[in-house]
Design a binder for this molecule. Structure first.
Ligand code: GAR
Length: 203
């Protein structure tokens, strides 16, 4: 689809956002970022967007009584900036069915584990506690069930003896920063087809 516009949703430091900003600048991602939205004020992701001259908006979750109202406000911002592809980049909120329907097949997420292992907000802690020897990261389409959508790309990373959340997290992050721009590039090139649970990637 020509004229795609990315909307990146973040909750914190925004290093994945930065990898997307850099990939737009280098030409790997051939679409602009129309807006960066965070669910918290004062986070680094907002600063990164501003520094790159991208509209940066905080839709503060605390200002909304329900998930439905919050998601409606998110949708209004995304529409305002003409967003056609939503990229969740460390966005630590579950989206409602209404939101997902509004961008059916057009919401991507990055998760710091090899799904379906270690879903949720503490992937590294859970992988280490489980005794996994390999972890990694996953880019997937978002469906209503948490971390359960069709998988686009994965990268594996060893869990080393003595790893803690920070050391494993840092090793995985290196892969995250390569994988997310690549997945967006493939999406924009029209190379991804959802086939039930599977994503077919054409050459
Ligand atoms: C990343 O590791 C991302 O995979 C993870 O949050 C971190 C955000 O870092 N996402 C999730 O856990 C989603 N469930 P960043 O703000 O530096 O990109």
């Amino acid at each position: 689809m020509a004229g795609e516009v990315l909307g990146v949703l973040c909750s914190g430091r925004g290093t994945n956002l930065q990898s997307i900003i850099d990939a737009v600048a280098s030409g790997q991602i051939k679409a602009p970022i129309g807006v960066v939205i965070t669910d918290k004020p004062g986070v680094m992701a907002l600063e990164r967007a501003e520094k790159a001259n991208i509209p940066a908006v905080c839709v503060d979750r605390k200002q909304f009584a329900t998930r439905e109202e919050f998601d409606a406000a998110l949708l209004a911002e995304l529409k305002k900036y003409g967003v056609t592809l939503v990229c969740l980049a460390g966005f630590m909120r579950l989206l409602t069915a209404e939101f997902i329907r509004a961008y059916e097949g057009r919401i991507l997420n990055i998760h710091p584990a090899l799904l379906p292992s270690f879903k949720g907000a503490h992937a590294h802690r859970d992988a280490i506690a489980y005794g996994a020897k390999v972890s990694g990261c996953t880019i997937h389409f978002v469906v209503e069930d948490m971390d359960a959508g069709p998988i686009i790309l994965q990268a594996a990373v060893p869990v080393e003896e003595g790893d803690d959340e920070d050391s494993l997290g840092a090793r995985v992050l290196v892969q995250e920063h390569k994988l997310y721009p690549r997945a967006i590039e493939l999406f924009l090139a029209g190379k991804l087809t959802i086939d039930g649970r599977c994503v077919r990637i054409s050459k």
